[in-house]
Design a protein around this ligand. Sequence first.
Ligand SMILES: N[C@@H](CCC(=O)N[C@@H](CS)C(=O)NCC(=O)O)C(=O)O
Length: 208
Amino acid sequence: MILVGQYDSPVTRRVAVALHHYGMPFSRDARSIFADAVAIGRISPLTRVPALILDDGEVLIDSTAILDHLDEQAGDRALCPASGPLRRQILQLTALAQGTMEKAVAVIFERKFHPPAHQSAAWLSRCLGQTRAGLDELARRLVGPFACGASLSHADVMITTLIWYLRDRMDEGLSPVAHAPLISLADRCETLPAFQAAAISEFEKTPR
Ligand SMILES: N[C@@H](CCC(=O)N[C@@H](CS)C(=O)NCC(=O)O)C(=O)O
């Protein structure tokens, strides 16, 4: 399998963490969605990452759909049970963290693609508010010791890759006080072998 995408993409990194956690061998295509947009667009029609190229050449897109396939292969080791209330809880918390990432990305892309005079203050303020609301709600819903209880799940992975992204890219949004439980969960997860194996190399950190 080939995982397409750089690890500064929280959704790409969450697939990588799951692959390492499941012990599934894979190689990387770490070309950039910006510098290598044409090449990435040939693999992934929306020019977005992650994509996962399976051994028979089939290309899967979208982290949630990719993980759905990997979880099926992982069986009992899956980071989300196949059914039941815990599955619902994990999927909801993961969706909240993923949605929070999308609102942060909207802020970062507005600033990246528009010079300050052309940026919409109303849009930035809305997206920043949504980012903060997502973080507040995530902090409120954490169960402990992991996000949804006793074991690591996709929710922990998405929260951890999100926190890395926010710390790297935005000076506002993440509060060391209000969001302390999220930060300490992420710091703990970052020490686990699957996260360390998916560490972010210097070359894949987009300059601010
Ligand atoms: N829902 C998708 C989101 C994918 C996504 O937005 N990826 C970003 C990187 S974090 C991307 O490739 N953006 C490039 C673009 O939208 O032009 C997933 O979970 O895989």
